[in-house]
Ligand binder design. Structure first.
Ligand code: 5GP
Ligand code: ZN
Length: 112
């Protein structure tokens, strides 16, 4: 998807605060965090939304979800975290490349 911002991030064509990368997925800090820790987990392959996923994406979706607790802990969210997948315009999705929000640790505007 040549005009997809997350495809460009996945391809290394745009900078991101990388949290994790392997052959299939990338995790990076959200540019407008709504918690002290807020990162996104995306597949490198373009899938627009959760509602576009097919049975063949089952392992990839599982991989993304299983990464969430591991990366959250590495980012210092020792006591828990929230996950969010906005789907479709009615679901508040703004970037149409599927992503899992992982966040926690309170308001980023606060010092603690
Ligand atoms: P959505 O509303 O689609 O679930 O969330 C999209 C998220 O992507 C938003 O939280 C937004 O701050 C984040 N975002 C949008 N553009 C960029 C970008 O260029 N870089 C990074 N790191 N995050 C982005
Ligand atoms: Zn994309």
């Amino acid at each position: 998807m040549s005009d997809c911002i997350f495809c460009k991030i996945a391809a290394g064509q745009l900078p991101s605060g990388k949290v994790y990368e392997d052959d299939d997925v990338l995790a990076f800090h959200d540019i407008h965090p709504f918690a002290r820790v807020h990162f996104l987990i995306i597949p490198k392959a373009h899938i627009a939304a959760l509602s576009d996923c097919l049975p063949e994406h089952q392992a990839l979706l599982g991989k993304m979800l299983l990464l969430a607790p591991r990366l959250a802990k590495e980012q210092g969210l020792d006591t828990g975290f929230k996950t969010l997948i906005n789907t479709g315009r009615g679901g508040g999705q703004e970037v149409f490349h599927i992503h899992v929000h992982v966040f926690g640790g309170g308001d980023p505007a606060r010092k603690s």
